[in-house]
Design a protein around this ligand. Structure first.
Ligand SMILES: *Cc1c(COP(=O)(O)O)cnc(C)c1O
Length: 412
């Protein structure tokens, strides 16, 4: 039998996991404590000799574990650890896998809060170089003897820059570097970072996977591209058993158990429901986003449109080669930047709000909001123009959005 499609597998996954009473969904397990008939089993769960057991919800529940299996299937990985948000997942990666004195190379074009987190890493003695990862040469030029990790976003939020994903993967493999890819904007429905040699994949589950703007979550998936036996930053206690699990074990123990950014069963259930329709939603929102991008690109009041599936995008060929569609994220700038805020106010359908991957279209002027704290210099470094407007396309009919944009944009 040929391998089943991803939606076929996701919508049937809970019922194949031994769910009680024939229920088609994994129940929401709200217990914090898990009890045992025999104290031997309690000890076994603590020592990791009883597989798949639970002891305290901060380290996971049967409901979060069911979601972890879904994400692992989506990313075709070896395992996943879920967190309370995408930022909790990213914090766990950087803070539990890097040490003072280590060097991290990151794309210059990253989510604003990730960039802010890099400031914290600097204070803790972890050096961060920010490069234009559109060319692998820039990554290579930043290498130091202390470099341990390379971090990129598949499509940068909000500028939509695309890194040279496969060439960076090759470089990381040759140099023994851990390649961490934030797949949030593309999601595993449009792109699998394992195909470009990623070691770890981070997803904010709050966007495409949850999909309705009603749940926060994050995940780190080990997709098998990294050999943990050569990684110096693992605690001895986690260098036991199958080396493919060592990184995930450290992330779960140090990043989840000790730092405590745990996903609740209720949120995990909500995200699992969203995951069932994610492929359908992202196909719709990607098609509408492309139509909106084309419309804006042809409008006389618009100076620039940033969307990877537009032929004019600087990394269009890379995006075409790797992503099956362009996702819901696009951004644009008006010719007369002074008309930007009034234009946004004239829009009737898009909601003036931050956030991405909702069922509703969201619009936000980037510089005075999500990138305000970075300051003018920080924004210039990250390529954020003062008049940049971000759109996250929702499930509304495309024709309605185009008509709304038409009436809101300046006449010339
Ligand atoms: C939203 C986002 C995050 C953070 O995710 P939260 O779930 O909001 O914490 C990280 N990376 C990217 C690219 C994002 O868009």
């Amino acid at each position: 039998m040929t391998e089943q499609g991803i939606t076929t597998r996701i919508v049937h996954s809970d019922r194949h996991g031994g769910v009680e009473h024939g229920g088609l969904h994994k129940p929401i397990h709200s217990s914090v404590q898990y009890g045992f008939e025999r104290v031997e089993d309690l000890i076994g769960v603590f020592q990791g000799t009883v597989k798949g057991g639970f002891n305290y919800a901060r380290q996971g529940t049967p409901t979060t574990a069911a979601l972890e299996r879904k994400i692992t299937a989506l990313e075709q990985g070896v395992g996943t650890v879920c967190f309370a948000s995408g930022m909790a997942a990213l914090s766990a990666v950087f803070l539990t896998l890097l040490r003072a004195g280590d060097h991290l190379i990151s794309s210059r074009f990253v989510f604003g809060n990730t960039n802010s987190l890099f400031g914290t890493l600097g204070e803790l003695g972890i050096a961060v170089s920010k490069v234009d990862a559109g060319s692998v040469a820039a990554v290579e030029a930043a290498l130091r003897p202390s470099t341990r990790m390379v971090f990129v976003e598949t499509v940068a939020n909000p500028g939509t820059q695309v890194p040279d994903l496969a060439a960076i993967g090759d470089l990381c493999r040759r140099r023994g570097l851990l390649y961490v890819v934030d797949n949030t904007v593309t999601s595993p429905l449009l792109f699998r970072p394992r195909t470009v040699g990623a070691g770890l994949v981070v997803n904010s589950l709050s966007k495409t996977l949850a999909g309705h703007g009603a749940a926060l979550g994050g995940a780190v998936t080990d997709v098998g591209g990294f050999d943990w036996q050569g990684w110096p930053n693992l605690f001895a206690a986690y260098r036991r058993g199958d080396p493919a699990q060592w990184g995930l074990t450290q992330l779960r123990k140090k990043g989840l158990r000790d730092m405590g950014g745990s996903l609740s069963s209720e949120q995990a259930h909500q995200i699992g429901l969203g995951a069932e329709t994610a492929a359908l939603r992202v196909a719709h929102t990607s098609a509408t986003a492309l139509a909106v991008a084309r419309f804006l690109a042809g409008h006389p009041a618009v100076a620039a449109v940033h969307y990877p599936m537009l032929e004019s995008h600087p990394q269009h060929a890379l995006a075409k080669a790797h992503f099956s569609a362009g996702s819901w994220l696009l951004s644009f700038e008006l010719r007369d930047a002074a008309t930007t805020l009034a234009t946004i106010d004239r829009l009737r359908i898009p909601i003036k709000a931050t956030g991405l991957g909702d069922t509703r279209t969201l619009v936000i002027p980037v510089a005075p909001t999500i990138f305000w704290e970075a300051g003018a210099e920080g924004r210039a470094e990250m390529g954020i123009a003062d008049g940049l407007v971000r759109l996250s396309i929702g499930l509304e009919e495309g024709a309605d959005l185009l008509a709304d944009l038409e009436q809101a944009l300046p006449r010339r």
